[in-house]
Ligand binder design. Structure first.
Ligand code: PMP
Length: 400
């Protein structure tokens, strides 16, 4: 019984604990705006039509289940490159991108972090203030030193772009810079295209290593638009790490579908990098799982399924935007300009940093059964035509 006495209890994950508290709440009017999942207007996780069709086709094949190669399914990896960079991109055509199938976006971040820790041992990683909580745990767990650069501005509910650039200009060469491509988690505040165009030369001049996290492609402004930063970095000829996830935009959370792509200067470098990424995976979990990658590859390879997926994803995005507008309208009606609320419209993706304090978040939870993360982060896709009026009323009450 004394053997594990030195092992401290795990504090748990605050967002997952919030979900459990929500589920245990008996109130009928309760609203879950905590966890970052995309829910439809009925509050359900969608099963996308293209996914259902791909699964039916795969089930009909009933083939054997060999190990996948360490780097994953070839058709899947090619599909990832087309979705991220665009089918005709020069970097894809010249085969200078090393793409490896991973266990979700988290797996991509971890494999990339392990590689960077091994081959760039002097380099620290810089993340936005704030960022997805698990970035810190993940990078520290991989042995990287983690620092933050200015990002969110509470006063304007916008971006501290000049301060961000200033910090990046002062970093040692080969520092790693974690960037959210779009739909920033947790704030919803993104760089404009113009700001990306201003940032990229700074990364190049200072010889910094961009590591782009793209977990919500298609849920901000569109599939192409949300990948702007990834493509602009590749166009600029910078070495670049890209961790992507299909958890949200395919609604395939538990299947763990993601990829790590490393953009290199030429094909030979990409082959070498891919080899070392394979080594990293081999000594970790050996090879990736089959099912999710086969679903995604089937959809991405078939023009008809791809179109169906893209259309359904567009409808998800439009629902998020409609909820932003309805929340804003409901607040505007009641607050009449007494509080700034324009950020609910200008922020992008599933999340909004509302500007609510922890005390206000607690009040909403205890008095109204409305659950947000205590940072004030709201998951917009938890809103629906049924509950958005109720949420606007409660939020207006706490803000007034
Ligand atoms: N990056 C960000 C910014 C995320 O929000 C998430 C998911 N919450 C991930 C990465 C990880 O995605 P996955 O669930 O596919 O591991």
């Amino acid at each position: 019984p004394q053997f594990f006495a030195h092992v401290p209890p795990y504090g748990g994950d605050p967002i997952l604990s919030l979900m459990e508290a929500f589920q245990a709440d008996p109130r009928a009017r309760k609203v879950s705006l905590g966890i970052g999942l995309y829910f439809d207007d009925e509050g359900r996780l969608p099963v996308m039509a293209a996914v259902r069709q791909a699964e039916a086709a795969l089930a009909a094949q009933r083939g054997p289940r060999p190990y996948l190669p360490i780097e994953g399914l070839a058709e899947y990896r090619a599909g990832v490159q087309r979705v991220l960079f665009g089918a005709g991109h020069e970097a894809v055509a010249s085969r200078r991108i090393a793409t490896l199938q991973t266990l979700g976006g988290s797996g991509a971040l971890k494999v990339g972090a392990d590689f960077l820790h091994q081959y760039f041992p002097q380099s620290a990683i810089w993340v936005s203030d704030p960022t997805w909580e698990n970035h810190l745990a993940l990078f520290e767990g991989a042995g990287l030193r983690v620092h933050s650069y200015p990002y969110y501005d509470l006063a304007t509910r916008g971006l501290r772009f000049e301060a961000m650039l200033e910090t990046l200009r002062g970093l040692p060469a080969r520092s790693i810079v974690l960037l959210h491509a779009s739909c920033h988690n947790p704030t919803g505040v993104d760089l404009s295209h113009e700001q990306w165009r201003a940032l990229i030369p700074v990364l190049a001049e200072r010889a910094l290593i961009p590591f782009v996290d793209i977990a919500y492609q298609g849920l901000g402004d569109g599939l192409e638009e949300d990948a702007f930063a990834v493509r602009a970095l590749a166009d600029a000829g910078l070495p670049c790490f890209v961790a992507n996830s299909f958890s949200k935009n395919f609604s395939l959370y538990g299947e763990r579908v993601g990829a790590l792509s490393v953009v290199c200067a030429h094909e030979a470098a990409a082959e070498t990098v891919l080899g070392q990424l394979q080594a990293t995976v081999r000594r970790n979990y050996s090879t990736p799982p089959t099912h999710g990658a086969r679903i995604v590859a089937t959809v991405l390879q078939s023009p008809a399924l791809f179109e169906a997926w893209r259309d359904e994803l567009a409808a998800m995005r439009q629902r998020i935007q409609a909820m932003r507008q309805q929340l804003h309208a409901g607040l505007d009606e009641r607050l009449q300009g007494r509080q700034p609320i324009g950020h609910f419209l200008s922020q992008r993706g599933m999340f909004s940093y509302t500007g609510l304090s922890a005390a206000q978040v607690d009040w909403l939870r205890h008095e109204q059964g409305i659950y947000l993360v205590r940072s004030g982060r709201m998951c917009i896709s938890g809103l629906s035509t049924r509950n958005v009026g109720y949420v606007a009323q409660a939020m207006a009450h706490v803000l007034a």
